[in-house]
Design a binder for this molecule. Structure first.
Ligand SMILES: Nc1nc2c(ncn2[C@@H]2O[C@H](COP(=O)(O)OP(=O)(O)OP(=O)(O)O)[C@@H](O)[C@H]2O)c(=O)[nH]1
Length: 182
């Protein structure tokens, strides 16, 4: 059977764990050393709700509030994973700026998107509380997940959730948008 192709882009501030989440999901291991990304595309075949998907994941270079959001991150993209680190208030502020830029560039009011707070294993270094992430996701009408690439916690859920959202936005489901914390 042919796979359904879905293309997802991962965006967020530097060093929040975009590559680590992607590599944990695609290759099932955690990368401990830090190598800034320029841009990498990964792909993985995943069976979700009895459908085979080929997920192309574009892992981007870290953005900040001044970065220009390249058109490549809005053209031919089916879904967005916006990542901040719960140990970095700055990274939480940066996802808000990225979100606004995505809306501007796509001209849309809502997007198939999931907000991810990574590094949940670093509880003692937490700077952003779960209710803050949840409130932001509620405002955007998207799902919110706290995850850890290091402990492989909720990593698969991120991609399953975005697959659901992409299908909903294509009208393949009658479910209403919801905001879940997993
Ligand atoms: N403790 C902990 N460390 C993490 C986690 N995820 C990533 N890291 C570490 O954080 C650092 C940055 O991780 P990357 O995955 O390279 O972050 P990135 O967002 O891709 O970075 P850029 O390419 O600069 O944008 C690395 O040292 C990782 O090992 C996590 O869940 N827990």
């Amino acid at each position: 059977m042919p796979h359904r192709l879905r293309r997802v882009v991962i965006l967020g501030f530097r060093s929040v764990g975009k590559s680590s989440l992607t590599i944990q999901f695609v290759e099932n291991h955690f990368v401990d050393n830090y190598n800034p990304t320029i841009e990498n595309t990964f792909d993985k075949v995943i069976s979700h709700k009895n459908v085979e998907y080929r997920l192309d994941i574009v892992d981007t270079a870290g953005q900040d509030e001044y970065s220009i959001c390249p058109q490549a991150y809005t053209m031919n993209i089916d879904g967005y994973v916006l990542v901040f680190s719960l140990t970095s208030r700055k990274s939480f502020e940066v996802v808000k700026v990225i979100y606004e830029k995505l809306l501007d560039q796509t001209g849309k009011k809502t997007l198939p998107l999931i907000l991810v707070a990574n590094k949940s294993d670093l509880a003692s270094e937490r700077q952003v509380q779960p209710n803050e992430g949840r409130a932001l996701a509620n405002e955007w009408k998207v799902n919110f997940i706290e995850a850890s690439a290091k402990d492989n916690k909720n990593v698969k859920n991120i991609f399953q959730s975005i697959l659901d959202d992409m299908d909903k936005s294509e009208g393949n489901s009658s479910d209403k948008p919801s905001c879940n914390v997993m």
